[in-house]
Design a protein around this ligand. Structure first.
Ligand SMILES: *[C@@H]1O[C@H](CO)[C@@H](O)[C@H](O)[C@H]1NC(C)=O
Ligand SMILES: *[C@@H]1O[C@H](CO)[C@@H](O)[C@H](O)[C@H]1NC(C)=O
Length: 602
């Protein structure tokens, strides 16, 4: 499906934003704003150490941090800059070994800045006065640095939009600032692995994600947090007590051992206390629900974008290695169209260098109900094999589905074998041992899919050279796998490669053999460097193609290795031919036979 996409001409590529795809309202910005934002960033950069090299594309005029809205030939944003509607919406400068005294004042010039992430750098000393950014920031992440010392109690005063704060994994000490507790919008707070002391402030019940583990906190957990069921959020603080922990608090509010017998005289008191805790918990939950309903209602109307995209869709993540940022942020990154295939379009979204993802948009999945789709995506998200491109996240809406994968730099096997025809690039000329390793990897991964998904007749369904990506060690990564259960039946039969097999196109026969046949064709294509016909070729035409290859046995000249590996190469070709011929063939046996092949004849 979309994956000759990945091989398509970059000259055709257009910079678009995926948020257009998600139908956001656009506002234009004046060039005065743009210059102001650029100057602000350059000021900010000056306050950083180690920035010259990693932020070298933050250069002087005329280049702008964000591509200008509406221009067709645009450059990507500056590294780590996330743009929305042509304005700087976020800075994500993670893992860049940055240090220095952050000039918060310079960031005041970024009037649309909503999210700032500086995690995993080398910043140290006192926490910068982010408060100066006032009420605009929604997400702040400075975890995994070496910040230390007390945080002023009023450090977050006035940051009324803050929804997400992550200051975990630093060396902060002193008490948790109570100004945080006055942040009525706070949804997520991570302060774990610091040296905070004292009690946990009474946070508003909006908080849904909280982690304070591994500090030196003590005393009663405030009632607003009692519905946080995962108690690992509190672990590593030896003196915390009260629900949701098992340890009861004594009268002074400090911890006492669990299951301790409460003295009789205090029984009534303690029953009263339990009742009051239960009531406050119920109240907290009720408030939480109300706040949520309100947020939900607001979402549709809000222009500058609460993080969740509009509609009844939901973004679901399987991998958690994007630091403070999640898919919503990725969707706001500018994206490049890689191409559009049969099933929809394919975009490359670059958040920061080295962190690119591919977003595939499928339009032929409309018949699949929401629950079935979620269920199947969960199955895909749980698959894990070194030769399988893992699904990072997905997005569901009735009319469109997005699947998110890592971006793989070496492109597809098809591109390596046949070159990029549209931009006349030469084929890479993979050598024999690389080709053998690729086929071995593919075969092993197919066996894995069949073992993991025994109930699916066609476990992959779309195995072809343009759907096999090559990583930097030229190891294969299968993509577009196992989508048959969610693709509309008619489209699946028209578009998926398995249904081109003669067994299906002539006899309408669906069984495991369809994938084995695709594997056979793949082997022949890889060994001969010849394309298996035009995209629409199927059935007897493909049988003829296989026959010709079987007769001629002409290997791709670019492969080399013919001197001392002729025997092994012929064997692999024969396995390929066998896959295309035999009606019912054991995939495991074929994979074993392939695995036994050597680079050289013995
Ligand atoms: C953090 O800072 C302290 C000094 O404040 C220093 O001793 C320590 O080595 C630093 N840790 C790292 C990982 O840089
Ligand atoms: C809280 O942080 C600790 C330490 O990093 C971690 O082990 C634990 O799983 C976290 N708990 C939650 C609920 O995030």
């Amino acid at each position: 499906m979309g994956m000759h996409a990945a091989g398509q001409s970059p000259s055709k590529s257009v910079m678009i934003t995926i948020l257009i795809l998600l139908i956001f309202t656009c506002e234009s910005s004046s060039s005065k704003d743009e210059n102001q934002e650029r100057d602000a960033l350059l000021m900010f950069k000056m306050s950083l150490k180690n920035a010259e090299e990693v932020l070298r594309n933050w250069n002087n005029p005329p280049r702008l941090p964000c591509p200008r809205l509406g221009s067709s030939r645009t450059t990507p944003p500056w590294r780590g800059v996330i743009c929305l509607n042509g304005n700087i919406w976020g800075l994500q400068l993670n893992c860049l070994k940055l240090s220095g005294d952050i000039d918060v004042d310079s960031l005041i010039g970024l009037r649309k800045l909503r999210t700032l992430s500086l995690m995993d750098n080398k910043f140290e000393g006192a926490m910068p006065k982010f408060r100066k950014l006032g009420g605009i920031l929604k997400s702040l992440c400075i975890s995994k640095n070496n910040y230390s010392g007390n945080i002023n109690d009023d450090a977050f005063l006035g940051m009324s939009s803050l929804k997400r704060l992550d200051i975990a994994d630093n060396r902060f000490s002193g008490e948790v600032p109570t100004s945080l507790a006055s942040s009525m919008r706070l949804l997520e707070l991570k302060i774990e692995n610091n040296r905070f002391i004292g009690t946990i402030p009474d946070f508003p019940p909006t908080l849904v994600k909280f982690n304070a583990s591994n500090n030196q906190l003590q005393g009663r957990i405030p009632p607003s947090l009692c519905d946080i069921t995962d108690t690992s959020s509190f672990s590593g603080n030896k003196d915390l007590c009260g629900p949701p922990l098992d340890s009861k608090c004594d009268e002074s509010g400090s911890s006492s051992a669990p299951n301790q017998i409460v003295p009789k005289t205090n029984e009534n008191m303690s029953i009263l206390h339990v009742i009051s805790v239960i009531i406050s918990c119920l109240l907290a939950i009720a408030t939480l629900i109300m706040v949520y309903l309100q947020l939900d209602m607001k979402k549709d109307g809000e222009k500058d974008g609460v993080i969740t995209p509009r509609g009844d869709g939901k973004l679901t993540f399987f991998r958690d290695d994007y630091g403070c940022f999640d898919l919503q942020d990725l969707l706001r990154a500018s994206a490049e169209v890689l191409g559009s295939g049969n099933f929809g379009s394919c975009y490359k979204a670059s958040l920061i260098e080295g962190h690119c993802v591919v977003v595939k948009r499928y339009i032929h999945m409309t018949n699949c109900g929401k629950d079935d789709f979620h269920h199947h995506m969960r199955i895909l998200g749980n698959l894990s094999h070194p030769n399988l491109l893992p699904l990072i996240a997905y997005y569901y809406r009735p009319q469109e589905k997005l699947l998110v994968f890592n971006f793989i730099h070496n492109g597809s096997l098809a591109k390596q074998l046949h070159g990029d025809r549209t931009c006349e690039k030469q084929a890479g000329g993979l050598n024999w041992s690389t080709r053998l390793a690729i086929i071995k990897g593919v075969a092993k991964c197919m066996v894995y899919l069949y073992k993991k998904l025994p109930n699916l007749l066609v476990a992959h369904g779309n195995l072809k050279s343009s759907n096999i990506l090559l990583d930097k060690w030229m190891q294969p990564l299968l993509m577009d796998y196992t989508l048959l259960p969610v693709v509309d039946v008619e489209q699946a039969h028209n578009l998926m490669v398995a249904f081109k097999a003669p067994a299906y196109s002539k006899q309408g026969h669906i069984d495991k053999n369809l994938d084995v046949w695709s594997l056979g064709i793949l082997i022949l294509e890889t060994m001969t460097g010849k394309l298996p016909g035009q995209p629409r070729t199927h059935g007897s035409e493909l049988e003829r193609w296989v026959d010709t290859i079987g007769r001629e046995k002409v290997f791709d000249k670019k492969m080399g290795g013919t001197e001392n590996a002729q025997g092994q190469m012929t064997k692999l070709l024969e396995i390929g031919i066998k896959c295309c011929k035999v009606d019912i063939e054991e995939l495991t046996m074929i994979a074993n036979n392939i695995e036994q092949l050597d680079e050289k004849d013995i």
